[in-house]
Design a protein around this ligand. Structure first.
Ligand code: ATP
Length: 513
């Protein structure tokens, strides 16, 4: 299956099986806003749980909080979001479509790189075993031209954006002859900066109402509570504060399903350290976060690191964990060494000291911060697209199966009476009532057993427990495993321990790669 097909299939599967629906679908939807259905909500909750347990429960020096979405507006002035959380936007006057100017130029550069790669592939075929790729890259005039132009385009754009020279960004788009993909026209508006924060009014709409923002990241609620948590928790540096919650960004171009949404959820942790020790902790957290991903058992080739060459003004090191989504490698999580930028800015704007007294050094200082920040929805999409598989079975039939990590599956076990009579439903419901104390399990008696297996394969249920006539005689059931489809006979009293053993989240938490 090619990647484009995979992406289409994942999207329609997510809808058909109750994972993700477009928001307000009956009104034709709201762009880049999605709702999670009955299976999606469970999967999302399990990913969040796994993150929370790995970060908070497994670290004695990390605590979790739940800050409000609304914050005092000065927060966003201090953090730099009011002045600098912008994307450059440009409209095509003929199609009336809006684009991110930087994305148009990035795409242009990417096309040039692809042209170079095509030349290289062609030459590889032509020259066979003798082909020296490095030499060809350096000497072939066409390849060199493509790659140099790509590099120069991106560099000039970066420089102009840095200087806020938006006229030059437009000029570059015109010079390169970039046309609107919809209308094919080159009739562009000026480039303008567009702030990504949503704002609304708090309080009475008459005099005195305050403009407030929907938070574009969860981190600031951690910074503003830094001293509250440190003091009440009597925490000593180094320590971390973790949080999961909604964030909102008015993305100019929101596409690629739940990859780029206007309302999404983040899982962030700020780790407060002694100044000068931040790079050691940065390496530590890079390592920890990659282990968290790898413990899920997906193909390790799906992940790669991308170091930021151009750092944000507040960072002294930053890297992204990129995931091979159906549309290519893209950012899934960021690990950033943010220095003391945020706490210092909040000190300045609030006039309050945000410092820690270090008893070992006998001095006060503003701690440095290493942050890990992952989008829950992006993690959901990563898992769903890696788990989706279509298999041809020995008898020639096919099945669609979600090979999700067992501990994260929405439904852990399905309890299936072979027939709807002869006392089998009663035995099944008894099993259900025992297992549901610890797990999300389902009772399902509709349709032939094969159909029910397929239905549960499609939502990733790791275990199917079938109750048949033999169950009445010897108190045993069939336990079918999702991935191998193998079945074993197991006694009913042994079921709770067996199911817990197979789906427990602790196996992920201790599974260090
Ligand atoms: P991008 O470059 O893709 O816009 P970003 O660098 O702005 O992302 P951060 O501000 O570092 O992202 O946010 C941390 C994480 O939050 C990202 O790694 C991503 O997983 C998630 N995230 C950011 N924006 C969105 C969005 N619009 N929809 C879904 N998830 C998002």
């Amino acid at each position: 299956m090619n990647k484009e097909d995979l992406f289409k299939k994942v999207i329609s599967h997510a809808k058909e099986y109750g994972f993700i629906f477009q928001s307000s679908e009956i009104y034709d939807g709201l762009q880049a806003v999605y709702d999670y259905g009955q299976n999606g909500a469970e999967l999302k909750r399990n990913i969040r749980d796994y993150w929370w347990k790995a970060m908070v429960q497994m670290h004695e020096n990390i605590v979790g909080i739940d800050a409000a979405i609304f914050m005092h507006p000065t927060t966003w002035k201090a953090s730099g979001h009011v002045d600098a959380f912008n994307d450059p936007q440009i409209d095509n006057k003929d199609s009336k479509k809006r684009y991110r100017a930087d994305v148009l130029l990035e795409d242009y550069a990417e096309k040039l790189r692809q042209k170079a790669e095509k030349e290289i592939t062609k030459a590889k075929k032509r020259f066979g075993a003798d082909f020296d790729e490095a030499m060809f890259r350096e000497t072939n005039p066409r390849v060199k031209r493509y790659l140099t132009e790509a590099e120069e385009t991106v560099q000039r754009m970066a420089q102009s954006l840095e200087k806020n020279d938006l006229a030059d960004v437009k000029e570059l788009i015109e010079e390169k002859g970039i046309a609107c993909p919809i209308s094919g026209s080159k009739n562009w508006t000026e480039v303008r900066q567009f702030n990504l924060m949503f704002s609304t009014q708090m309080g009475a709409t008459a005099d005195g109402a305050n403009e407030v923002y929907l938070r574009p990241e969860t981190a600031q609620g951690i910074f503003t509570n830094f001293l509250n948590v440190q003091k009440t928790g009597r925490l000593k540096i180094p320590f971390g504060i973790a949080q999961t919650g909604k964030a909102f960004r008015n993305e100019i171009v929101a596409r690629q399903f739940i990859f780029r949404m206007r309302e999404f959820e983040q899982m962030e942790m700020q780790f407060f350290v002694r100044p000068g020790e931040e790079l050691k902790w940065y390496e530590y957290w890079k390592d920890q976060r990659m282990q968290w991903h790898q413990a899920l058992g997906l193909n390790p080739d799906l992940y790669r690191w991308h170091d930021h060459e151009k750092l944000a003004h507040y960072a002294n090191a930053a890297a992204d964990i990129e995931f091979d989504f159906p549309f290519g490698f893209k950012e899934l999580e960021g690990v950033h060494s943010r220095t003391d930028f945020d706490l210092k800015a909040h000190e300045k704007y609030s006039g309050k000291k945000l410092q820690f007294f270090d008893p070992e050094l006998n001095e006060n200082y503003v701690p440095y911060v290493v942050e890990t920040s992952i989008g829950l929805d992006r993690m959901f999409l990563a898992l769903l697209s890696a788990a989706y598989q279509e298999e041809t079975l020995e008898d020639g039939s096919t099945r669609t199966v979600l090979k999700l990590p067992l501990a994260l599956a929405p439904v852990k076990a399905a309890i299936l009476p072979l027939v709807k009579k002869d006392g089998l439903p009663e035995i099944s419901r008894e099993i259900l009532s025992t297992l549901q104390l610890d797990h999300n399990v389902q009772y399902d008696e509709k349709d032939a057993i094969g159909k029910r297996y397929r239905r549960h394969d499609a939502i990733g249920t790791p275990l199917c427990i079938t109750v048949d006539h033999q169950s009445k005689e010897d108190q045993t059931v069939t336990l079918r495993h999702r991935d191998s489809m193998q079945q074993e006979r197991i006694s009913i009293p042994d079921l709770p321990a067996k199911v817990s053993e197979l789906v427990k989240i602790s196996s992920l938490l201790t599974n260090k790669s």
